[in-house]
Design a protein around this ligand. Sequence first.
Ligand SMILES: NC(=O)c1ccc[n+]([C@@H]2O[C@H](COP(=O)([O-])OP(=O)(O)OC[C@H]3O[C@@H](n4cnc5c(N)ncnc54)[C@H](OP(=O)(O)O)[C@@H]3O)[C@@H](O)[C@H]2O)c1
Length: 341
Amino acid sequence: MPPKLLITGATGLLGSHILRAARERWHPVGTYHRTTRRQALYFFGETDHGRIDLADYSETKAMVADVQPAAVIHTAAITDLDYCEKYPDDSLQLNLHAAINLAALCGDLDIPFLFTSTDLVFDGTGAPYAEDDPPTPINVFGEHRALAEEAILAVYADAVIARLPLLIGYGSMNRESFFYKLVAAFRSGLEVTLFGDAVRTPVSAAVAASGLLQIAGSGFEDDVNIAEIDRVVDRLHLGGRDQTSVFELGLQTLRILGLSEQLAVPVSVLDSYAGQLERPFLAARSANVALDSSRAYELGYDPPPLPSQLEELIPHAWRAPSRVEDIPDLESEPVDPNEDN
Ligand SMILES: NC(=O)c1ccc[n+]([C@@H]2O[C@H](COP(=O)([O-])OP(=O)(O)OC[C@H]3O[C@@H](n4cnc5c(N)ncnc54)[C@H](OP(=O)(O)O)[C@@H]3O)[C@@H](O)[C@H]2O)c1
């Protein structure tokens, strides 16, 4: 029986990709919260799993005792920045306290614990950010993640903090990711305002998941050897190799979709403070939070270039044959009149 890997937030964008990829080497056990058991069964198949409120310590403790994992990847979080700003207590319970509690439980069991943090612990004025740069959060979400990082390492020194960049890809059935909404809006012909000065180092959720599994499983070696996690110390950045503004990401997406670049409308992060946006944000947004991930690259994390990740994410069936070379050349391929017989 392969070792058990507990993945919290397994119905989320990242957790669902980890769960799928982990099946190769682990016995993955996923948890979720608002998703119904029926939906989860449909989504997870027969992988055992459980509905849980990780903000409840006794539930969390009982779940860990029941599952007896060999390692834990903690992705469950409230990731909506504006929700966290409006309901800071909810964010505090899950994004901070639940993470510390889970880390402490893993410390008691002496098993690997990976915490998925974020590039949004930085304010955007000092990019590219390396692991040792001090966090400078500018919104509630970033503040609670930064506090969690610190507290987790205080309760369990062997925990690993993996800071992730903007993730692109599609979430599970009941959750629409940023990228899904972007592509859906473009395909409906809608204009989307995108920050031209919000620079990130995006990777697909699948690439991030494989990086996390490399850390959890083997310390970047081929075999599952959870003791190897010791090679990864404290904090590790899992950013992509391309520094890209969110607006540029939109343009690249439109080019692959074969749609007009006019659908991406550049705005500035500063506009969100100056009340220039139609739908103002509650939480402050950072500008350039590009991650310097050279430490992870040295260990073997190898994200493909962003354009090829985007190509992979956008099905050919969604692409408009707007470029001349994409339109089938009917003259050079005579139609066979018997084809339909
Ligand atoms: N997405 C990004 O671009 C990005 C970028 C940087 C870092 N990250 C980090 O990656 C991690 C995962 O992000 P994500 O985008 O995959 O999140 P997500 O799609 O918003 O999913 C969040 C997950 O947490 C679960 N959850 C929410 N409240 C819970 C509770 N009280 N108890 C137990 N589970 C609960 C949800 O379950 P239900 O769906 O069943 O409610 C869901 O599975 C987070 O730590 C985030 O900081 C993400």
